[in-house]
Design a protein around this ligand. Sequence first.
Ligand code: HT7
Ligand code: ZN
Length: 855
Amino acid sequence: ARTIRREDYRPPAWFVPEVHLDFQLGAEQTVVKSRLDVRRSKSAKYQEPLILDGDDLLPVSVRVDGESWTDWTLVEGALHLPLTGASHIVEITVEIDPSTNTQLMGLYASGGMLCTQCEAQGFRRITFFPDRPDILSRYTVRMEGSKADYPVLLCNGDKTDAGDADGGRHWAEWVDPWPKPSYLFALVAGDLVANNDSFTTRSGKEVELNIWVRDGDLPRTGHAMKALKDSMRWDEQVYGREYDLQLFNIVAVSDFNMGAMENKGLNIFNSRYILADPEVATDADFDGIEGVVAHEYFHNWSGNRVTCRDWFQLSLKEGFTVFRDQSFSADMGSQALKRIEDVRILRAAQFPEDAGPLAHPIRPESYQEISNFYTATVYNKGAEVIRMMHSLMGADRFRKGTDLYFDRHDGEAATCEDFVVAMEDGGDADLRQFRSWYETPGTPKVSARLSHDPQSGTATLNLSQQVARTGEKPEPSQMVIPLRTALLDPDSGEHEGEELLVLDKPEQSFQFEGQTEHPILSINRGFSAPIIMESSQTPEELAFLSTHDDDPFARFEAMQQLMTNYLTARVTGTPADRDIVLQAVGAALSDESIDRAFLAELILLPSEAFLGDQMVVVDPEAIHEAREKLRGKIAVQFERKFRRLYAQCTPGEFSLSAEARANRKLRNVCLAYIAGSQADDAAALASDQFADADNMTAKQGALSVLSHMEDKDRGWAFDDFYNTYRDNALVLDKWFTLQSLSQRGDTVKRVKALAGHPDFTMSNPNRVRALYGSFTANPVRFHDASGEGYRLIADMVIHLDAQNPQTAARFIPPLGRWRRYERGRAELMRTALEKIAATPDLSKDVMEQVSKSLA
Ligand code: HT7
Ligand code: ZN
């Protein structure tokens, strides 16, 4: 496949200021007529032909300036027209078949409706067009379809006209006044009902809000609507950004490759990020909805009003928008819990990516298939980079920077460099060296050593940074690393204020006066930089921080580090002090002042995957054993405490208040520990919780505990769950997920059996992720020494690739980490990748990931 390089970017030779589209909709055949007003760029040096991208399209007719036109060629799917004038009207007709579009890119059928997904390159599957984000056009769209099948016809912008047509058909015309790139085009036709509401902007404009769903789903749209209105208010207050159309539509669809899509004025969502009520959605699901609704809404400015010049700039909109949605969710709930969760996601998804064969900078230098670059690096590390700017500049200057960015580039397709320059100009900052974050892959390592001179009362902090060398750059850059730091009094745990230390050299030392005793170092508080900190703190120091640090993230981090150090030592057979871990957990459990949700986080063991990431050679079975042993010990030692807390967290009437949520969370953690103690009544306790639960958080928590057990209650509970929720696809996904995540020895067999279950389908990405995605997130079973798990995933990828390459390609990274595993497993993982690589007619998506993983 061809490699596209950032350095090869050339401005367009032709622009398309106006687009008219006419859709004659049908599930099996849709006729798309386009009328493009094309203008040759004044700066184009040569008479370049007009090139219109196409994917799987054939023109039925082509006209130029009103005349039938035969002088065209198809080159790699694109239509080449050797036009000579400065401007032309080009009219093209194509026919497409949404019902056979299993890739879910372009126009496709889902649950009886028709909908589109155009980012990144789906528009070229609808009609011939220069499908690149720096072509901004005004769209006028007429759509016509069966009134019975598609009573609702939606598109971007505002509806300007509608009427009935012959043969039981009807039509609507939509005009979007805002010029936009083709990836933001959207159309929906279906039998839908709306949760209708409104929002008055701060300048007094009334906006109609609709969340469109299938009839029975209407009662589950309230949380999403609240999230939308909260987001609209928050973006006005925090970024000064107002909504800019009279209408904002959201549509929920069940077959969707990702989470949601920010099409101008017509967001399309995976239904799992819209539909919720306490019976079917967990607290985490509610949070996911709030975050994704906000994310897509915030794109209206960071992505739509200011878009990306090319796909290498993806983090310009995604990193910034993730930072915005993270800040919003933190403001709506708890700053501490949100930061812990965001860092957990970063470490689980992005750190391994950055340490493996698919590592890339947040602004990649090259790609073969852009869909493969919607990654945790571009999104989550991208957000961390923006967060660091925020820390370095402070909130006020950061806001001045973003104000200038939005004003300066409104209506433009911008670059990451444009963003940084605007932050410098508007926020009076010097970000010259900071730019290395955009071009450097890999997670920087920082080592910290604190020494103390009692005579002078000086503490000296020696810091050094190490950035991984990559093939692309001979000399690694020095990063600018903002480290929020405090020195804690070793007796009281108090400190005289936090400092923002900026490490921007290979080695640097910082001195602190007036330290009569050797202080305890609290560094990278709030996870102020996305780095790996190597601080060689003693277990005593970590235990101290885990009880005394006033920064909640740092406190959590110290406990995690304490547990991690102990467990990794056990896995490698090194002696380690377990008692100090137990004391720290005991202290947390006895601390009445700790918020219950925070306590639940604090006493959670690091995941098996995270532990593996800390090891030179990963042995998933040894990690599982060591972790289970510690879990069992904590469970036995504090069983009475867990039981007491479990009883104290008994839920009252369901509410989404922070307190009620904290109770549910801690109750589930306690239940899991009680089960870990192997207590005789653990299965009964979990079964009771399952049977009595009036909400999905409690039900799922109980089922998760039961899922690992051999007990007969397990079978009963899973059957009951299935029979109750078999008609609710999103809940049924949980049924598949929990079985795939089971630590039982027969899980691979069970996953294979579930693949043949009547409710399993490869055409629904949520279901595929529920069964197989969850399985790859189950280290001890996916990495079964027999290699059965690897073969299962390889065969599935080969099968899925023919249907949905984008979703298939997302299963390569877990196999791609083969070099990190012990020899036997590494060989089996590599063999699985080679089997995929040897399959004829692989998609570009899978081919790119597999070949990079084997290279
Ligand atoms: N901007 C959206 C990206 C997206 C996407 C990309 C590739 C294929 C399918 C897709 N669906 C949505 C989502 C977002 O970040 O908001
Ligand atoms: Zn996004």
